[in-house]
Design a protein around this ligand. Structure first.
Ligand code: APR
Ligand code: PHB
Length: 392
């Protein structure tokens, strides 16, 4: 069977769904191909801090209602070290900007519901997606559905299929450049139906390792511990997790920590990754397909948002005005912001974690960086402007 659309989108995660919804609202026909079921996609526990740019895009996509009703506006967070909490006042260092705390699972659900309301073409459980004739004016996608091979002819293909997707791998190896940094530790994350220990996030640096106190709502808490890459989640009972978390927090916080059974518990490695270019012929990469961030700076989802913002406007200008400037400059524009977010994520990860093999000189630098941060308005402004999100 042959299908035809203007924009073929591979991947039904936040990136693919957001672009699909934005284009559809402007009458630009598109089809989303998703490898897994909707339930599987919604079952993934992911990030929870949205830059204002992402929140604005959700509203522009007519998907922001629940986020605005249930999400929490945070205009600051804490960095704790050696039992002392320092508040990073985002608003006062960014002329009033803030972030929205709202789970990625929820926003993906909102995007799915919005696509369904508009009868958006999101095809699940597709197999063997292949991209063809990317350098031609008639690129197309094929995929298998049962015994049938389906072909989709399109003007453009958007690779929003995450790190393990087929899109980035469709760029010839003599064209693609990959940059990667692997950190020597992971994050053990726990989700629990408990009252969050703090109304604002706490990034805690301690001799025992990093810890993060976050939340999804006033009854759903999200906590993380830095753990060695050799750890297995089976090694961590709930009790062991809570005890270790208390050891890494200031006493005043540990004393009021509400513990409870984990409803999700997993270990994720930390790494940074960028693929260049983010365009090959009529294939455009977006989100995790092109870049991965350590979760420390909460940049992953927010960087997917800026890719989608640039692609959305580039495609609008192409179809409405015949102006291809945005498409021509997409890779350069997206990468400029991605690398700034990579820098911030690397800086925050380096500042807050214990590096098993770090030399004494680096430990002194880390200590000095923390002292400088809380002794300089300029340093705090730099942290704050990156955390709320650099302009798109
Ligand atoms: N064909 C079709 N779909 C695919 C294929 C394929 N060959 N390979 C992967 N996919 C789907 C995955 O099942 C997933 O649902 O592409 C989607 C990619 O979604 P994400 O991995 O969530 O990536 P993205 O939409 O860019 O969102 C980035 O999600 O992973 C987090 O930390 C990341 O917060 C960031 C955000
Ligand atoms: C989360 O709530 O999952 C979260 C929040 C902030 C981060 C990373 C993860 O920096």
């Amino acid at each position: 069977m042959n299908l035809k659309t203007k924009v073929g989108i591979v991947g039904g995660g936040p990136s693919g769904l957001m672009l699909s919804q934005l284009l559809d609202l402007k009458g630009i026909d598109n089809i989303v191909l998703e490898k897994h079921s909707k339930e599987y996609v919604l079952g993934r526990i992911r990030a929870g801090v949205l830059e204002q740019g992402f929140a604005k895009l959700m509203r522009e996509a007519e998907c922001g209602e629940r986020m605005d009703a249930e999400g929490e506006i945070h205009d600051g967070f804490y960095i704790a070290e050696n039992g002392i909490k320092h508040r990073v006042d985002l608003a006062s260092h960014t002329n009033g900007k803030s972030v929205v705390v709202y789970g990625q699972t929820e926003l993906t659900r909102d995007l799915y519901e919005a696509r369904a309301k508009r009868n958006g073409k999101v095809i699940h459980n597709v197999d063997d997606v292949k991209l063809h004739d990317l350098k031609s004016k008639t690129p197309h996608i094929t995929y298998r559905s049962g015994d049938d091979i389906i072909r989709i002819d399109c003007d453009y293909i958007i690779g929003a299929d995450g790190f393990h997707g087929v899109s980035r791998k469709s760029i010839p190896s003599n064209v693609l450049r990959e940059f990667e940094k692997v950190y020597p530790f992971g994050w053990l994350g726990v989700l629990s139906h408990t009252k969050p220990v703090s109304p604002e996030l706490i990034y805690a640096k301690s001799e025992r390792g990093f810890a993060l106190c976050s939340l999804r709502s006033q009854t759903l808490s999200r906590y993380y511990l830095q753990v060695p890459l050799t750890d297995d989640v089976k090694d961590w009972s709930d009790d062991a997790f809570w005890e270790e978390l208390k050891q890494r927090l200031p006493d005043e916080i540990a004393d009021v920590l509400e513990t409870g059974p984990s409803i999700e518990k997993s270990i994720a490695p930390l790494r940074s990754f960028v693929a260049e270019p983010m365009r090959y012929g009529n294939l455009f990469l977006a989100g995790d397909a092109a870049h991965i961030f350590p979760p420390t700076g909460a940049r992953g989802l927010n960087s997917a948002a800026s890719d989608i913002y640039y692609l959305y406007h580039a495609l609008l200008n192409h179809y409405n005005d015949g102006d291809d400037t945005g498409l021509e400059k997409y890779s350069e524009t997206a990468l400029a912001r991605i690398w700034k977010a990579q820098r911030f994520s690397w800086w925050m990860t380096t500042l807050l974690h214990n590096f098993p093999d770090s030399i004494e000189y680096d430990k002194k630098l880390q200590k000095t960086d923390m002292e400088y941060l809380f002794s300089s308005e300029a340093a705090l402004t730099s942290l704050a402007e990156n955390y709320v999100g650099l302009p798109f």
